[in-house]
Design a binder for this molecule. Structure first.
Ligand SMILES: Nc1nc2c(ncn2[C@@H]2O[C@H](COP(=O)(O)OP(=O)(O)OP(=O)(O)O)[C@@H](O)[C@H]2O)c(=O)[nH]1
Ligand SMILES: [Mg+2]
Length: 609
């Protein structure tokens, strides 16, 4: 039995990829009947479960009528697009999933563009047909238009279509068919996706391009890829070359693992076309080729899109540094980030000029936020600057260029005015506005990426949490000049100590507070937002003057307004250039980069001059 299909499931965020894979796994009999399986079982890491999104692409494998189908679940969020780009190299086919109510959205366009470019012929699945607001006919037309816009070939345009409800576990070729199970989808995969095994390739010496790299506390470095030629066996001696053809290392395959459902099990051999994981190598990483020492042919890896947004990360130097984290030195941060950049192709890390911080560039706030959150849980303490969009210079004219995005918002009609206004304030231009479904409008804009940094939070407030905002990078255009920063100034602590109810109560008329009584504060730390545009130095640790007269007692138990709490991503986009976010495993604090008020004043004067 050597028949293999390799297929990736791609879609916009939340269109139901991971849920569909649950149903595929259970209906192909991959789980034991008494096995207790979590919902969205492929979203296996903590952050994925907490946020309900897929962050890393992951492979699974199932059997259908003696054919092994390797399925790759991919993330739908644009920030993790690099994962999708790389994974598409490993498969021969893709299932393009589209929500029957929402239709194609920006990330649908992105993943389809990448898939078509690689010459894949996707199977289109219109999912969530069970939704009451589904509009499959229109959606199908929109999908067809999208294929045309993206210059699909005749062959690609002739895509098969299935209708499905992944959550209810059925797929049909025709909506009049009985909605029973996923058999029609499996049959379509066998029929439409190309056979991955080839006798001819299998008879050549072994070679495999590494697509993902992860760490296992037990096995060490685990490298996953699809075997291009030959057969891999445990204990085989191999050499690893990078994309330039330089030798990275030579070594032995200690363990050869194949995917079986949600597990990886050791196997004695695997042949060309199969997707496997290899343990035992020490230096090999993503985009390197593992091969039999008798050959030296590097398999080319497609380059991925460059990063667009950067933050600087340095060691935490606040007065409270080192109290909550175990990894606080710059050296540790450096090693950790370099290791990340090596395996995570969509992130780049460079040393700053002053050699005291690292510039970490990625695709977006969410991706960088997830990286910081992960490091935080590993025990790191960090000091982070506001995300900055990466500019480019036009090689011919020398003008400064900045990234632009196509922005799509779906909002209730009532909020469309507010959203148009706030996006125009962020220099976005409206290009289209049309009704979409009952009482909702879809508005399209083109605007600078800079304007979108931190907008998501404001957008959710403006639409009372009902709006959907999506954007996709659409190229570089001449820079639009300076943006106005945050409207309000901040309240800065002048003292170190613990927040006191009395002191905080007295600050309430000045603005919204970020701290509660008992929170540790220090000089230069930001404790709230000022109601006016300037910064204000305040004392949050001030106690009530005690006198020897007994007070009436009524002002002793002061009632404070609830503080404004920020998530990591909100904090990052809230701060200005002269401010930092201090992150420890337990706390997120905002602070001025320069803590001493006199030094701060001097520095800002220097800047103005
Ligand atoms: N009505 C309906 N909802 C569904 C269906 N499939 C999934 N959902 C819901 O859609 C949401 C997103 O599902 P996921 O499977 O996490 O989507 P995803 O495409 O993997 O999302 P990302 O990995 O974050 O891109 C969940 O709340 C699911 O319950 C379906 O067939 N019908
Ligand atoms: Mg998912």
């Amino acid at each position: 039995m050597n028949s293999i299909r390799n297929i990736a499931i791609v879609a916009h965020v939340d269109h139901g990829k991971t849920t569909l894979i649950d149903a595929m796994l259970s209906q192909s009999g991959t789980f034991r009947s008494n096995q207790n399986v979590a919902e969205r079982v492929m979203d296996s890491n903590d952050l994925e479960r907490e946020r309900g999104i897929t962050i890393l692409a992951k492979c699974t494998s199932l059997l259908w009528k003696d054919t092994r189908i390797n399925v790759v679940d991919t993330p739908g969020h644009a920030d993790f697009g690099g994962e999708v780009e790389r994974i598409l190299n490993m498969v021969d086919s893709a299932i393009l999933l589209i929500d029957a109510a929402e239709g194609p959205l920006p990330q649908t366009k992105f993943v389809l563009m990448k898939a078509l470019h690689l010459g894949l012929r996707p199977i289109v699945v219109i999912n969530k047909i069970d939704r009451s607001d589904e509009r499959h006919q229109e959606v199908l037309n929109e999908v067809f238009d999208l294929f045309v816009t993206l210059d699909a070939s005749e062959e690609q345009l002739d895509f098969p279509v299935l209708y499905a409800s992944g959550r209810n576990g059925w797929a049909v070729n025709d909506l009049n068919d009985e909605r029973k199970d996923l058999a029609p989808l499996f049959e379509k995969i066998l029929e439409h996706a190309p056979e991955a095994y080839s006798e001819k390739k299998a008879s050549q010496p072994f070679s495999m391009l590494i697509t993902t790299r992860e760490y296992d506390s037990y096995l060490g470095r685990i490298l996953t890829g699809r075997i291009d030629t030959g057969t891999a066996t445990p204990n085989a001696f191999v050499q690893i070359l990078n994309q330039h053809g330089d030798t990275v290392e030579k070594g032995r395959i200690a363990k050869l693992l194949a995917f079986r459902g949600i597990e990886r099990i050791p196997v004695e051999s695997a042949s060309a076309g199969d997707v496997v994981a290899i343990a035992g190598l020490e230096k090999a990483t993503v985009a390197d080729t593992i091969m039999d020492p008798s050959i030296s042919v590097v398999i080319p890896a497609e380059p991925v899109d460059p990063p667009k947004l950067a933050i600087t990360i340095s060691a935490n130097d606040s007065p409270l540094a080192g109290r909550e984290g175990s990894k606080v030195t710059f050296r540790m941060i450096y090693d950790r980030l370099m290791r990340e950049a090596e395996g995570n192709i969509a992130i780049s890390v460079t040393m700053s000029e002053r050699k005291d911080s690292l510039i970490v560039a990625g695709r977006g706030e969410l991706q960088l936020g997830v990286l910081i959150e992960t490091m935080r849980r590993e025990g790191f303490e960090l000091s982070i600057s506001r995300p900055k969009v990466l500019f480019q210079t036009d090689p011919e004219t020398g003008t400064r260029l900045e990234p632009y995005e196509e922005i799509y918002v779906d909002v209730d009609d009532d909020y469309s005015g507010t959203v148009v206004e706030s996006l125009s304030n962020r220099r976005a231009e409206m290009t289209d506005m049309r009704p979409c479904g009952t009482g909702r409008t879809r508005i399209t804009f083109i605007g600078p990426s800079r304007g979108l940094v931190g907008y998501n939070c404001q957008f959710l407030t403006e639409t009372r949490g009902t709006g959907v905002l999506n954007h996709i990078f659409c190229g570089y255009k001449p820079c639009t000049g300076a943006f106005e920063g945050r409207k309000n100034g901040v309240l800065i602590s002048t003292e170190a100590g613990e927040g006191v109810a009395y002191g905080l109560f007295n600050l309430e008329p000045r603005g919204d507070l970020f701290v509660v009584p008992g929170d540790k504060v220090y000089e230069g730390m930001i404790v709230g937002e000022h109601t006016r545009s300037n910064d204000l130095c305040v004392n949050p640790v001030k106690c009530k003057q005690l006198s020897n007269m007994r007070a009436s007692g009524k002002d002793e138990a002061v009632k404070l307004r609830p503080p404004r709490l920020m998530t990591l991503e909100q904090a990052l986009t809230y701060i200005e250039d002269d401010e930092r976010v201090e992150v420890t495993p337990k706390t997120i604090r905002l602070r001025k980069a320069i803590l001493d008020p006199h030094e701060r004043k001097k520095a800002s004067r220097r800047e103005e001059a």
